[in-house]
Write a protein that binds this ligand. Structure first.
Ligand SMILES: Nc1ncnc2c1ncn2[C@@H]1O[C@H](COP(=O)(O)OP(=O)(O)O)[C@@H](O)[C@H]1O
Ligand code: SF4
Ligand SMILES: [Mg+2]
Length: 493
């Protein structure tokens, strides 16, 4: 069966595609066999996309992105649509339409085309002279594996702390919505986020991440447990003191297309928290809105525009500006880059980093992709069916996972090189997250765990603390192979 797979995820392309078509601003800019395209891109836009893959940048460094954004159709250049953003553009690139063609037949004109197959097509005037950089071995070398261990952060008082935080939902079905069970969406979660640092929270869909985020912000009442923010137990607060404390933390949502009111202008969206929670006069409010927009890289001429006039990345910037309006100390970000393409995702992640450096913000940063959270996070917590199954320093969790679920999540991160990706041995998890397992005893991951032992079906694993400061819930550290804190990658899959 033939398949056309449309995605902005280059890792998925590396995994499944034989041929790749790259589109930019309504045009095909490159069409080539997948292996060739990743190794030796021939269009500068493809090169820029490959460079934006998070795994290609060492943790802690700013991610690469393509400056500028895709133009509107009425703003396309006469020649190459990519020319205004292209670092290799010359004058003639924007003069006349450029055809999609194969490499030049003259050897003198294509010094680096020895590996280019004749069927590869590119829409670039300079394709025969440019030597562009691919994603190949560099990216493969940075896939999860063994690496140097960083030192642990100095302990201090956390800005945010949850203790035994739990939320149970009733499961209902049928016409009369009868209760037929319950799910522990968040089950006795203990987390700490230090001021000015990032805790990355990862897990598959249905793990309980969004519920945990809502509990932290007290948008939902917990079944039990506490949330302490800056020394105050916000689960016990009511009325004005709750409102005051809530201002210290704000949320940024996944979908910038639906989280902004389509009928409001940018000025109203960003200024709304100021109107509700401060006494600022209209002129002062506008000054502050302009300042907030500047902080996220936007300018005042957009004040009267509405959300539909912006791209996904710009809308997310507007949402971040609004979240910053009341000088929060903590941003709870629920999958804020999942809906964005790779280059835009890199821009927004870099913006989060810059804002953290400049404003000393702390983040609870939720994502389902470990390669994304690794870039921003000081620590990473891995959640499965309501429980935090592993929590530790970001590099430690990424390079030396101690829980089988973390190992499976890491092995699911595609390596952006079709040759390496297709040879990798991956842990494919059987089944999906099953909510009814939260009600049974034993380890919740056991039905999908490749290493499950007898004890796993009857005894819920207690937290085990490794020498590197990781806390893990898995019997493998105390029974069977007795890993005693060593990486579970030792066991293979
Ligand atoms: N309001 C609700 N009522 C009942 N069940 C819910 C509700 N919100 C979430 N759940 C359930 O809680 C579990 C965790 O959901 P969620 O927190 O959205 O996970 P994630 O964000 O990791 O995808 C899921 O099984 C979901 O169906
Ligand atoms: S406790 Fe058992 S089932 Fe659970 S993750 Fe560890 S080995 Fe697997
Ligand atoms: Mg969610």
């Amino acid at each position: 069966m033939a398949m056309i797979f449309v995605t902005h995820d280059l890792g998925v392309i590396a995994d499944v595609a034989d041929d790749v078509v790259v589109m930019y601003a309504s045009q095909i800019v490159e069409h080539a066999p997948a292996k060739e395209l990743f190794k030796r891109p021939r269009h500068p836009y493809t090169e820029g996309l490959l460079a934006s893959i998070p795994q290609r940048t060492p943790a802690g460094e700013p991610l690469h992105f393509i400056p500028g954004m895709v133009p509107r159709p009425d703003q396309f250049s006469e020649g190459c649509h990519f020319s205004p953003r292209c670092q290799y553009a010359e004058e003639q690139c924007s003069v006349a339409p450029i055809e999609l063609r194969g490499p030049s037949q003259s050897p003198a004109h294509h010094p680096g085309t020895a590996t280019t197959s004749p069927e590869a097509l590119t829409r670039c005037l300079r394709q025969d002279e440019l030597e562009l950089v691919g994603a190949g071995s560099e990216a493969a070398a940075r896939s999860p594996g063994l690496g140097p261990g960083p030192t642990e952060l100095a302990p201090s008082e956390p800005l945010l702390q949850t203790v035994a935080l739990s939320k149970q939902f009733e499961l209902r079905s049928g016409v009369f919505r009868r209760v037929h069970g319950s799910v522990k969406a968040v089950d006795a979660v203990d987390l700490r986020v230090m001021a000015g640092t990032t805790l990355g929270l990862v897990g598959e869909s249905g793990s309980g991440k969004s519920t945990l985020a809502r509990l932290v912000l007290r948008l939902m009442e917990p079944t039990s447990g506490t949330v302490t923010l800056d020394g105050s137990d916000i689960t016990a607060l009511r009325g004005p003191s709750l409102r005051r404390n809530r201002q210290k933390m704000q949320m940024v949502f996944q979908d910038p297309f639906s989280s902004l009111d389509p009928l409001q202008t940018v000025s109203e969206i960003v200024g709304e928290p100021l109107r509700i929670h401060t006494d600022l006069k209209a002129a002062e409010r506008e000054r502050r809105v302009v300042e907030l927009l500047r902080q996220v890289g936007l300018r005042r001429h957009i004040l009267d525009r509405q959300p539909h006039e912006f791209s996904g990345g710009q809308r997310q910037r507007i949402a971040i500006a609004r979240a910053l309006a009341l000088h929060p100390q903590l941003l709870v970000c629920d999958e804020p880059v999942s809906a964005l393409d790779m280059s835009t995702q890199s821009q927004v992640i870099n913006l989060f980093s810059e804002l953290q450096d400049r404003l000393g913000l702390a983040y609870l940063f939720i994502a389902h992709d470990l390669s994304v959270v690794r870039h921003l996070s000081d620590r990473i917590a891995v959640m499965y069916l309501g429980k935090i199954v592993e929590e530790g320093l970001a590099e430690e969790v990424y390079l030396r996972p101690t829980h089988p679920y973390t190992l499976a999540l890491l092995s699911a991160i595609p390596v952006p090189d079709p040759e390496v990706q297709r040879k990798r041995r991956r842990i494919v998890l059987k089944g999906e997250v099953k909510v009814d397992e939260t009600a049974m005893g034993g380890c919740r991951f056991r039905s999908r765990c490749p290493f499950a032992m007898e004890i796993c079906s009857s005894v819920d694993p207690e937290p085990y603390r490794t020498r590197a400061g990781t806390t893990v819930r898995c019997h493998l550290h105390t029974s069977g192979p007795n890993l005693a804190g060593e990486t579970v990658a030792r066991l293979g899959g």
